[in-house]
Structure formats: structure tokens, C-alpha cells
Write a protein that binds this ligand. Structure first.
Ligand code: 6V0
Length: 315
């Protein structure tokens, strides 16, 4: 069994998302070795070469195309392999195609890598995180999805724009499914401790209901809009992957809304979905039970039922 290399990452799937993530990870300086794996080996080789040529402007590291054996000692394996979302297609439409792909790749990863963390990015990410837990046999704390980390970033960005405040000072989460049933957790949203409504009024905004609806809809439709305009989304998710890897490798104990298996919290059991958790070197190290309104709890339960129905149909 390979001993883990704490400064090694593997990226499986080198399409738009995998290659943008690899680029963001190279720039992060977090790792000294990165292996790129794709069923299309030439694509992985091309991306490895292209990204390596930026190394004289970054920090030294080894970047190469390889196979699953090469991922045996990676501290983190980022899985982006899968078909992308086509215009008009929902993330859940992708499920059958991508569960099939996961059936072949997750056991291959688990064959060589026994101790690493699996970070699932391919969509539908909640279903594929559940599938990866089942197909890998890894403990659940070491298998999680990027979940609503990206949606939460979009939420913070839009709130920051609306309120003319640094989006890093906005504390707010999108929870539930990474997809159509996701929930904006307004009841716990705040700007540096000031409730979101109070902060809105401070900035001269008083039509809360209207603004809340518009912002939440905008977050939900971001991916559709980008796909419509440029065919795929990849920079935002690449930055999210980088942020999650940073929390893991630097053992930051950061609170991030990743997708992980639920066991009875808020009445939800046996599905993976996003709630804020503590992320460190051990992967998911604890849950952060943010306060939710009754309406938000109901919507969360509904989101979990949507996911459960898909799991029952496809796994
Ligand atoms: P893409 O550009 O088609 O890349 C997919 C890559 O996976 C290709 O290079 C394929 O060759 C490769 N691949 C396919 N099958 C296999 C296999 N069996 N083994 C190894 N490699 C394989 O798609 P893109 O990169 O745009 O998207 C990848 C996935 O990420 C999709 O499922 C998207 O829906 C998903 N995204 C997830 C996001 C999130 O927030 N979680 C955000 C954006 C996209």
C-alpha cells in the first residue's frame, strides 16, 4: 500500500473543469506533485504540458499525465470525469451517464489509494458523492462533494454586489442539493454579524422579499446562464476546488458547505447533500448546525427527497 504523499493531488477528468482545477491548483502552491488522469490520455498529456509551462512563473512542482496507479499516494483525488451539462439539460438528467462512469473509475482509485480524500466534482454532485461512498468503501469523512461551495460563492458575490460590500464579509450559505432544489439559508445570513435585513436597510434597500427572490433565483440559474452563453462553467468551480483543497491540506478547520452523507440531521438520512461542515486534514471533521427557519427546514427535507428519488431510480 502506497504511503500518502501529503503534497500530491490527482485530478481525474481533464475536460473544462478538470483542467481549470489543475491550473488553479498549480497556482495555489499547495502541492508539489499533480497527476492528471483522463480516459483520453492525450488530453491529459496536453493539459499537463500546457500547465507545466507556467511553472517558471509559479512554484516548482511535478505535473504529468498518468493512470490510477499514479494516484495511489495522492492526499486528495479530485474527480471531475463525466459528461457535461448540455444546454437545457438539468444536472439530474446527467445521472445515469455519470453513475456508469463512476462505477468504473471509483473502484480503480480505491484499488490503489486507501487513505486519501475523494473530492467529487462531477454532476449531479450529490448523487455521485453518494455513489462514490458506496463504490469506494472509504469512510464517509473522506468522501465528499464540492456541493454548494460554488453556489454559496455565487450567493456571496451577488449579495456583495447588491450591498456594495466585500463578498468575503458576507456570511451566508446555499444548502441542500447542488441544483434546482437548493435553498438560500436567509435566516442565518449576515454581513459581519449584522443581520442581512439590517444591513440591507443600512445600504438603502427596503424591498426584502423582492430582492431575496431575485438573488436566490439568480444563484440557482447561474450555471444555466453561463452554459447558454459559453457552453460550460469552469473557473468558479476551479476556484472552489482550490479552496476546498486548501482547507484540507492546510488543516484549516474551515466551515464550507460541501456535500456529505447525512444521518438524521434535520430529519434527513441516507443521502448526500450540502450543509456547512468543518473541513480539515481529516476531511469532514464535524457538522455546523446553522439555525434554519421552519420554511427552510421544509425546503431542505424536500430537496433531500428529490435526491433520494434519483438515488432509488439510478443506483
Ligand atoms: P468535459 O469538458 O466534457 O470533461 C469531462 C472529461 O472527463 C473529459 O476530458 C473526458 O474524457 C473525461 N472522462 C469521461 N469519462 C471518463 C472516464 N471513464 N475516465 C476518465 N475520464 C473520463 O466536462 P466538464 O469538465 O465541463 O465537466 C465535468 C463535470 O463537472 C460534469 O459532470 C459537470 O456537470 C461538472 N461540473 C460540476 C460543477 C460543480 O459545481 N460541482 C460545476 C461545473 C461543472
Amino acid at each position: 500500500m502506497a504511503t500518502l504523499n501529503e503534497r500530491k493531488v490527482a485530478v481525474v477528468g481533464c475536460g473544462f473543469v478538470g483542467s481549470a482545477s489543475a491550473f488553479a491548483l498549480m497556482e495555489s502552491g499547495l502541492f508539489s506533485e499533480m497527476v492528471l488522469i483522463d480516459v483520453n490520455k492525450e488530453k491529459a498529456e496536453g493539459e499537463a504540458l500546457d500547465i507545466s509551462h507556467g511553472l517558471p512563473f509559479a512554484k516548482p512542482m511535478q505535473i504529468y499525465a498518468g493512470d490510477y496507479k499514479d494516484a495511489g499516494d495522492a492526499a486528495v483525488v479530485v474527480v471531475t470525469a463525466g459528461a457535461g451539462q448540455k444546454p437545457g439539460e438539468t444536472r439530474l438528467d446527467l445521472v445515469k451517464k455519470n453513475v456508469g462512469i463512476f462505477k468504473s473509475i471509483i473502484p480503480e482509485i480505491a484499488k490503489y489509494n486507501k487513505e486519501g480524500i475523494l473530492l467529487i466534482v462531477a454532476n449531479p454532485v450529490d448523487i455521485l458523492t453518494y455513489a462514490a461512498v458506496k463504490f469506494s468503501g472509504f469512510p464517509e469523512n473522506r468522501v465528499f462533494g464540492s456541493g454548494t461551495v460554488l453556489d454559496t460563492a455565487r450567493f456571496k458575490y451577488l449579495l456583495g454586489e447588491h450591498l456594495s460590500v466585500d463578498s468575503r464579509s458576507v456570511h451566508a450559505f446555499i444548502i441542500g442539493e447542488h441544483g434546482d432544489s437548493e435553498i438560500a439559508a436567509w435566516s442565518s445570513a449576515n454581513v459581519s454579524g449584522i443581520s442581512i435585513h439590517d444591513f440591507c436597510e443600512m445600504r438603502g434597500h427596503f424591498e426584502h422579499e423582492k430582492a431575496m427572490k431575485e438573488i436566490a433565483e439568480n444563484v440557482k440559474n447561474s450555471a444555466y446562464e453561463i452554459i447558454e452563453k459559453k457552453g460550460a462553467t469552469y473557473y468558479g468551480i476551479a476556484m472552489s476546488v482550490r479552496r476546498i483543497c486548501e482547507a484540507i491540506i492546510r488543516d484549516e478547520k474551515s466551515v464550507l458547505p460541501i456535500s456529505s452523507m447525512q444521518h438524521g440531521e434535520n430529519g434527513i438520512d441516507g443521502v448526500a447533500l450540502s450543509m456547512p461542515v468543518i473541513i480539515g486534514r481529516g476531511g469532514v471533521e464535524g457538522s455546523v448546525p446553522i439555525r434554519l427557519s421552519e420554511q427552510e427546514k421544509e425546503a431542505l427535507l424536500k430537496s433531500s427527497e428529490t435526491l433520494k428519488a434519483v438515488i432509488n431510480e439510478s443506483l
